[in-house]
Design a protein around this ligand. Structure first.
Ligand SMILES: Nc1ncnc2c1ncn2[C@@H]1O[C@H](COP(=O)(O)OP(=O)(O)OP(=O)(O)O)[C@@H](O)[C@H]1O
Length: 269
C-alpha cells in the first residue's frame, strides 16, 4: 500500500503524543491493517527514522477490555523482540513502548519487504529461467537469499520463538553497508541485504518441533502462493535451516507430517 501523510488520512481517533510531537518528523502512514497502523517518523533526533506501530482503540470493545488486550499484545510482542535482539536474531530494535497507550517505536528498516525483492527479481527474468533451480547459475542471488532466510528462521527457532505469521511480507531486506556481500563485479542486486523479521504480533515462545514445523509450513505455503515461479527454490530455505541448530533436522522430519496433514485437510475440503 502506498504511504500517505497521516494528516491527510484524518484518523477518527487522536494520535498518541509520540506521533504529535513537534520535535519529530510528521508521521507518514505506511500501512493500515485490521489491528494496527504503521507510521514512519523520527525518534529523539531528526536523523533517526523510526517505525511507530499504533493500535488505536476499538470502539466496538469495552474500553477496559480494549486497553487490557492492546496492552497484553504489545507487551508480548515487545518481549519477543527483546528476546530475539538479545540472542542476535535480526529484528528491528525496540526504541520505546507505551503498551497502555497502544504504541511502540521500532528501528526503521530502510529496505523493501523480501516479497518485493523477489517479485522485482523475477519480473526482470523470462518465465523459463526459474523452472529448474539447480541448473540456473543466474539464479545464485536468489539461492543466496533463500539460504539467508533459512538461517534466520533457524536463529529464531533456536532462541525459542515461533513467529506465527511468516510470509515474505513479514521479512525485510536491510541494505548492506557499502560493498558488503556484493558479487565479484561489485554489482548489487535487488535481493541484497540482511533478512530482518518483522511483525511479531502472533509470535509465541515455544521449543516444540511441532510448533516450529508449523511455522515453516506456513512460510512454505505463503511462499508457494506468493511466488509460484520460485517455488522450487524453497528447498534452499529448508537446507539452510537444517544446519542451524541441533534440533533442526527433527523439525524438518516433523514438517513432512505437517505437510501430509495439510494435504489431507485440503482433500477433505
Ligand atoms: N521496522 C520497520 N521498518 C520499516 N517498515 C516497517 C517496519 N515494520 C513494519 N514495516 C512496514 O509496515 C508494514 C506493516 O507492519 P506490521 O506487519 O508490523 O504491522 P501490522 O500488519 O499492522 O501488524 P499486526 O499484524 O500485528 O496487526 C510492513 O509490511 C512493512 O512494510
Amino acid at each position: 500500500m502506498a504511504a500517505t501523510p497521516a494528516a491527510a488520512s484524518e484518523p477518527q481517533f487522536p494520535l498518541p503524543s509520540i506521533l504529535n510531537n513537534p520535535a519529530s518528523a510528521p508521521p507518514l502512514l505506511i500501512a493500515q491493517g485490521a489491528e494496527g497502523r504503521l507510521y514512519k517518523t523520527t525518534y529523539l533526533v531528526p536523523d533517526l527514522a523510526c517505525a511507530v506501530k499504533y493500535r488505536p482503540p476499538k470502539p466496538y470493545r469495552h474500553p477496559v477490555l480494549d486497553v487490557r488486550l492492546t496492552k497484553a499484545r504489545l507487551s508480548s510482542e515487545a518481549k519477543v523482540l527483546d528476546r530475539c535482539a538479545r540472542d542476535g536474531v535480526p529484528v528491528p530494535a525496540l526504541y520505546a513502548i507505551d503498551a497502555a497507550g497502544g504504541w511502540m517505536a521500532l528501528e526503521w528498516i530502510d529496505g523493501p519487504p523480501v516479497r518485493q525483492g523477489i517479485n522485482d527479481w523475477l519480473g526482470a527474468r523470462p518465465e523459463t529461467d526459474t523452472t529448474h533451480a539447480d541448473e540456473q547459475v543466474d539464479q545464485t542471488p536468489l539461492v543466496d537469499l533463500m539460504r539467508r532466510i533459512g538461517t534466520v528462521m533457524g536463529a529464531l527457532h533456536r532462541t525459542g520463538v515461533v513467529h506465527g505469521d511468516l510470509t515474505t511480507s513479514n521479512m525485510m531486506l536491510r541494505p548492506w553497508k557499502d560493498g558488503q556481500g556484493q558479487n565479484e563485479g561489485g554489482e548489487g542486486t535487488v535481493l541484497d541485504g540482511d533478512v530482518v523479521l518483522i511483525d511479531f504480533g502472533l509470535a509465541t515462545q515455544s521449543q516444540s518441533d511441532e510448533d516450529r514445523a508449523v511455522d515453516l509450513y506456513v512460510l512454505e505455503r505463503a511462499f508457494a502462493s506468493t511466488h509460484p515461479r520460485a517455488e522450487a527454490y524453497f528447498e534452499y530455505v529448508l537446507k539452510a535451516y537444517g544446519k542451524t541448530f541441533k534440533k533442526a533436522p527433527s523439525v524438518l522430519v516433523k514438517l513432512a507430517d505437517v505437510r501430509m496433514r495439510g494435504r489431507k485437510r485440503s482433500m477433505l475440503g
